[in-house]
Design a protein around this ligand. Sequence first.
Ligand code: TRP
Length: 451
Amino acid sequence: MVRETWATRAGFILAAVGSAVGLGNIWRFPFITGQEGGAAFLLVYLGFVALIGFPAILVEFVIGRYTKLNPVGAIRELGSGAWKYVGWLFVVTGFVILSYYSVVAGWFLRYTLIGITDGYALAGPGEAEALFGGVATGLDSLLFHAVFMALVIGIIAAGVRQGIEVGVKLMVPAIIALLLGLAAYGSTLDASSAAYGYYLSPDFGVIAANWQSILPAAAGQAFFTLSLGMGVMITYASYLGEDRNLASDAGVIVTLDTLIAVIVGFVVFPFLFAAGLDPGAGGAGEIFVSLTSAFAEISGGRILGIVFFGMVGIAALSSAISILEVLVSYLIDELDVARVPAAAAVGVAIFLLGVPVTVDLIFLDLFDKLADGVLLVLGSLLLALFVGWVVPDVAREELSKGISGLGGLGDAWIWVVRIPIVIVVLVSLYLGVVDYAGFLTGDFADWLAAR
Ligand code: TRP
């Protein structure tokens, strides 16, 4: 079978940006930043993106473009022995992430609809929180989870790559424009200077005192937001021609993705401070509560809100597609299953796994902490070890295609992947596992005991 390749030169970048930009930037980034202390977290996160995220995205690109296979097949072809099984980790990770990702994406669809039917004119933050409580769990949540998964399955079953490319081309600039507009409005609020202080002036004492939680949170967020650690970027690069400059493509993707997350902070924190809400306490509802209180006040807020929530829904769709595509391309390549049944079977299984999240948000923590703190970090660690120590020559050679005069930078990259990345990611993984064990024996055990 001839493998499809990207229809246009920009197709690959658009799809990769479409995968990277999603709930990770808009929903997850602001509440994790709030939980981890604001500016202190932002600083560590930005450092991680530049020093670890960028080299790590290249790791996935070279594997994908060299082997032209799905991630499971790619690692099996290049590696031997136990490396064969690494692909399985990706499959498990994909299942876990997409199950709750779809539920959260469903909330954005629900908020779009709320804007259309009722508007966001709520009297105050108390109501905004109550509204979120009603949307997050229960029958509505289940229904919108089902709608979102059905969309993802439909797109993957049809294999409509063009659709994705066009969608991303419109959506990414529109989201940036809207966010900038909201950030500008936020800057006019009295609370904005306090919010900027919180977001932008790091207190190194906070980092020193909390590095054990900031480090794994920053690593997990960096991998999650860049779609790293489960083979998405391997899959996308597998459809790529030799002439692309992987490093500059990676630069565009990382920059855009990070820019969007950082702007979201300039939107969310002024509104939270203005409403007198604690940025550390919002959790999964942070973006919804802060923005609905904002849309209720701004003139034209209803339209803005509909457009904003709807667009985040589309952004989430282009990310979710990338996850299901990994799982489906595996079934197609390895087990010779046809595309439509593969998409349907995997999609329905993922839907079922997500159902508990619509019942109680403790399952959101159970899945999100596992995926982010453990699975993605482990996946990235194994990929770094693989490229850095098992196939460095192949990787260096592959990176140099399409780049004139890479010279010593290729070696520098291999060394960054070999040692600093491995050490930092290993430490983050250890801390993430400890944190997850603490959650299981703490909050989760308490929740179970209360049943
Ligand atoms: N990066 C996406 C976001 O920020 C989510 C995502 C898509 C993802 N594919 C992934 C996360 C693969 C981890 C692994 O919303």
